[in-house]
Write a protein that binds this ligand. Structure first.
Ligand code: HEM
Length: 188
């Protein structure tokens, strides 16, 4: 792994830093329907260098930690970590994440807007249990009782503002539920 300053983080470069926002809205499953949870959060993106796989694939990687708190009681109710990775040769963006429900995702996608025209870079990634390439790993309990079937994440970032929306499709309580999260954050 190298952490030299010459590393090209491509569309991930603009993520690096600390972001905070208090316009979050979570829609989560409940046995009798759904709950809506307004939230605030901090996401810290750290440049960690690049890795070489099989002496041919080079990925520039940015680590992140996301801490999300309910507005109603200030309790942390979502804690997520992972990496965003950029394969410059193939133009592929990858997003790995882990949450302490024993669920992990490796999503793949592309940068759909490089920020050249309007200064906003857009990254879109997805994964699915039936997807050949980009997968979801979950514990036996979660596979049986709260199975994540699909994950989609869109993040749009400019020099000082970051917005995202993500949809996690969960099979739970005998139905398919679109568990959604969105927020707008400012660079700190
Ligand atoms: C800002 C991001 C997120 C927030 C605030 C959030 C919040 C929540 C909340 C409040 C619940 C309901 C828990 C309960 O009823 O006790 C829930 C359920 C769940 N979440 Fe998330 N979540 C987020 C992102 C994710 C992501 C990225 C995944 C997976 C890729 C995920 C997977 C799940 C699953 C599988 C459940 C069902 C478990 C259950 O309701 O018992 N969530 N989430």
């Amino acid at each position: 792994m190298s952490d030299s300053v010459e590393i090209d983080y491509g569309p991930l470069a603009v993520l690096i830093g600390v972001w905070a926002g208090n316009k979050g809205l979570d829609v989560a499953p409940e046995p009798d329907g759904e709950e809506n949870n307004p939230y605030y959060e901090t996401i810290t993106f750290t440049a960690i260098g690049d890795v070489t796989n099989a002496e041919s694939q080079v990925l520039a990687a940015v680590h992140y930690r996301q801490i999300v708190q309910r507005k109603s009681n200030d309790k942390v109710f979502h804690d997520e970590t992972g990496y965003w990775m950029w394969d410059a040769k193939e133009g592929i963006v990858m997003h790995s994440l882990t949450i302490p429900r024993a669920v992990s995702v490796i999503a793949g996608g592309v940068c759909t807007d490089s920020g050249n025209a309007d200064g906003i870079t857009v990254l879109e990634v997805s994964a699915g249990v039936d997807d050949e390439n980009w997968k979801i790993i979950q514990s036996p309990f979660m596979q049986k009782n709260a199975k994540t079937k699909e994950f989609r994440h869109r993040i749009a970032v400019g020099s000082d503002i970051l917005t995202y929306s993500e949809t996690t499709t969960v099979e739970i309580y005998g139905k398919l539920f679109e568990h959604t999260d969105q927020n707008e954050l400012l660079r700190q």
